[in-house]
Design a protein around this ligand. Structure first.
Ligand code: ADP
Length: 214
């Protein structure tokens, strides 16, 4: 099974991904995290995409598609996969369709977390990440992943960049929901983490959600 968690920046995709991974045993692929690791490691790809990410732009479909096609088919042989941050364009969705179609069987579902724009901006303005490992941290004393005690703002979470990212989401990313309309399940993400997780649980346990489409 492959589930895509979809929503604007600040919608809570990362938080709800943790919930899905720990309750339903999915392997989590966050393209934002993979790309930030590339930047941190100063790889050739990292150098190429650093400025684009800082400015809230999207990296080339070809670069991200390559990462996905090198990981997803292998993982799907043994696990359910949760994609967070991919696809972000209709062209990426079409590419993923082609990758999946070459597999003997799969079940693709999309969970859309829908959040009002004022809530998104408020959430992102308070979001901090660990200085060492880059994990988004809800605790304020110690990183839950590496124990580091220093937090910084993600460069693309600066207010001037955030509005641009939300605009880009509406223009470029949201059309993916129309493209895949028959497999999209929408939850309201305006509530607190528990309320959103409860809504996701209702979807994840629905018979139709679990039915194979190929
Ligand atoms: P958010 O959902 O809050 O925007 P992410 O961590 O998912 O944050 O992504 C951070 C940045 O990584 C994006 O703004 C973009 O520059 C880049 N990125 C992540 N996934 C993709 C993708 N599928 N296609 C293009 N760029 C991507």
């Amino acid at each position: 099974m492959i589930v895509v968690i979809f929503g604007a920046p600040g919608a809570g995709k990362g938080t709800q991904s943790k919930h899905i991974v720990s309750n339903y045993g999915f392997v989590h692929i966050s393209t934002g995290e993979l790309l930030r690791n590339e930047v941190r490691s100063c790889s050739a790809l990292g150098k190429k995409i650093d400025a684009i990410m800082k400015n809230g732009g999207l990296i080339d479909d070809s670069d991200i598609n390559e990462i996905i096609s090198s990981k997803v088919p292998g993982l799907l042989k043994t696990s359910n996969v949760l994609l967070d941050g991919y696809p972000r364009t209709v062209s990426q969705a079409k590419f993923l369709d082609s990758v999946l179609f070459s597999l003997p069987t799969y079940n693709l579902r999309v969970i859309q977390i829908d959040v009002d724009v004022e809530v998104l901006i408020e959430r992102i303005s308070g979001r901090l990440v660990c200085k060492e490992c880059g994990a988004t941290c809800s605790a304020v004393d110690k990183c839950e992943i590496c124990g580091c005690m220093t937090f910084i703002k993600r460069s693309d979470d600066e207010p001037s960049v955030v509005t641009q990212r939300i605009e880009k989401y509406n223009k470029v990313c949201a059309p993916v929901l129309d493209y895949w309309h028959d497999v999209v399940y929408r939850v309201s993400g305006n509530g607190n983490c528990q309320e959103v997780s409860d809504a996701i649980d209702r979807i994840m346990t629905d018979d139709f959600f679990l039915k194979r489409i190929k």
